[in-house]
Ligand binder design. Structure first.
Ligand code: CP3
Length: 355
């Protein structure tokens, strides 16, 4: 499909609804996309994944990664596609060994000392990630102008938890112990991740991504002072670096589980939009957010899995609480693996009032 030139200004009516919401517009029907909208709950993903080999092979093969990026758009007509990749390609492109163990998740060779940090590359190897940027370009060329393309990275704190522990899940303790025991050492790692993440986002925007999301999946557990130092400040620094290179780049910051820290976060981070996790109080978040900021969220992924009247009620409650301001409908975290695909169609129809 040939797309029209993407030169529409932010206030022109033909801009993708997702980008209009991020620019601060309140739309009668919210734009919709879902975190982890491509993935194992989709039979067409599982089929391609089996052919591709490992998860990282899938991420680094543009033909396959583009196809997976587009699968949920074809099926559901979401308002935005998200690049199919992973937050751990950044440590991989810094020279850390990263692999995904079937049924267990990511494994990395842990780095915990300055000497180990110095054995990584001083700067992110963008050439190593060229298949990712090629995927962005291919996906953008295949999408219609109404469907926006989102690039992303992990926030420095979340990525650091994997780099330090060598694994994910509930293993944030090693990074937090390092941050308490040797804050200057941990700061070195965070600062390097700020530069690497900003460079990775800029490369995605230059390849055709129209907005970027920064995922901080684990910072919500930090006490307020640590949250400000390790989550808010590094994310704000990434926004500033990206905007210096790509003026006006639309950014969504998702500090999952920020809770009572959300207002301070949203005022300190110069993003256009803020993701809300499942347990956030939506009305309190709107009151705490800067005027004009778009809010994104936060249907419970388990309501999506349940389907039926509970899912309709969850979608309706989100629209009621957030629909009167700039708003993007999403989940509060990613789509779960065993979610029935028809429940996703139900969510879209309910939000668009077509079903
Ligand atoms: O559809 C999309 O949202 C785009 C692609 C995407 C993936 N991961 C694909 C993926 C995105 C945006 C991510 C982000 C990501 N990756 C985060 C932040 C968001 C969050 O969920 O909190 C984190 C913490 C990771 C790290 C990661 N990647 C873990 C812990 C795992 C293992 C757990 C799991 O679900 O398997 C992954 C693997 C992963 N990333 C898969 C997918 C589709 C599953 C891989 C497979 O097919 O086996």
């Amino acid at each position: 499909m040939v797309s029209q030139q993407g030169t529409a200004g932010p206030d022109q009516g033909d801009t993708a609804p997702f980008l209009r919401a991020l620019a601060g517009e309140t739309l009668p029907t919210p734009p919709i996309w879902l975190m982890r909208q491509a993935g194992r709950y989709l039979p067409e993903y599982r089929e391609l994944r089996a052919r591709a080999g490992s998860f990282l092979d899938l991420c680094y093969t543009p033909e396959f990664a583009t196809e997976v990026t587009l699968q949920p758009i074809r099926r559901y007509g979401f308002d935005a596609a998200i690049l199919f990749s992973d937050i751990l390609v950044v440590p991989h492109a810094l020279g850390q060994d990263v692999r995904f163990v079937e049924g267990e998740g990511p494994r990395l060779d842990p780095v915990t000392t300055l000497a180990q940090f110095d054995r990584l590359k001083p700067e992110i190897d963008l050439g190593f990630l060229s298949p990712v940027y090629e995927t962005v370009a291919r996906a953008r060329a295949a999408l219609s102008p109404e469907t926006a393309l989102i690039g992303f990275c992990g926030a420095p704190y979340t990525v650091a938890t994997y780099m330090v522990a060598g694994r994910g899940g509930d293993e944030q303790a090693p990074a937090r112990l390092l941050a308490y025991g040797e804050p200057e050492t941990f700061q070195v790692l965070i600062d390097r991740l700020v530069e690497a993440s900003a460079a990775h986002l800029v490369a995605q925007l230059q390849a055709g991504a129209q907005a970027v999301q920064i995922f901080d999946s684990w910072s919500g557990d930090l006490p307020p002072a640590e949250f400000e130092r390790w989550s808010t400040k590094p994310i704000a620094a990434i926004c500033e670096r990206v905007r210096a290179r790509v003026p006006g780049a639309p950014i969504i910051a998702f500090a999952r589980g920020a809770g009572a820290k959300f207002g301070a976060f949203a005022h300190a981070v110069p993003a256009n939009g803020f993701g809300l996790a499942t347990a956030e109080d939506r009305v309190a978040a709107r009151a705490a957010a800067p005027a004009g900021a778009a809010l994104q969220g936060n249907v419970d992924p388990l309501a999506l899995m349940a389907g039926g009247p509970a899912l309709d009620a969850a979608v309706d409650a989100c629209l009621r609480d957030l629909g009167s301001g700039p708003f993007i409908l999403n989940l509060g975290h990613g789509v779960r693996q065993h979610t029935p695909p028809e429940h996703v169609a139900q969510l879209v129809a309910r939000a668009r009032r077509t079903g």
